[in-house]
Design a binder for this molecule. Structure first.
Ligand SMILES: [Ca+2]
Ligand SMILES: [Ca+2]
Length: 107
């Protein structure tokens, strides 16, 4: 097996009736996988630290490489990557701010 998705959510909806015969029912499900395993981990090395902030600054101001997983780099979870994510990360590392969270674009 090449990969295992370990961060996914599933929704199962079951509807039906037992009043009529034969039974009528419908089952639908969806599985949403995300690439965000370590929130704030811009460089996808498995840890959130100052290197991720540096990579973000390089991305924004020097056209550095894009993150492999934008949802993971999106430290403030607003589904965009910009300077606010950098400042969020700096605040976490140096100011004890809130921990990064995942974006939800599934990208
Ligand atoms: Ca990292
Ligand atoms: Ca963001």
């Amino acid at each position: 097996m090449d990969s295992i998705v370990t961060n996914a959510s599933a929704t199962i909806v079951v509807a039906g009736t037992f009043a009529n015969s034969p039974l009528e029912y419908a089952i639908s499900y969806s599985i949403v996988a995300t690439c965000c395993f370590v929130p704030g981990d811009f460089d996808s090395d498995g840890a959130f630290n100052i290197a991720d902030v540096t990579a973000g600054i390089t991305r924004i101001f020097a056209s550095g490489p894009a993150p492999l997983c934008q949802d993971q780099a999106d430290a403030n979870g607003d589904n965009t990557y910009n300077i606010a994510d950098v400042t969020y990360g700096i605040n976490r590392i140096f100011g004890g701010g809130p921990a990064p969270i995942c974006g939800t674009t599934n990208g």
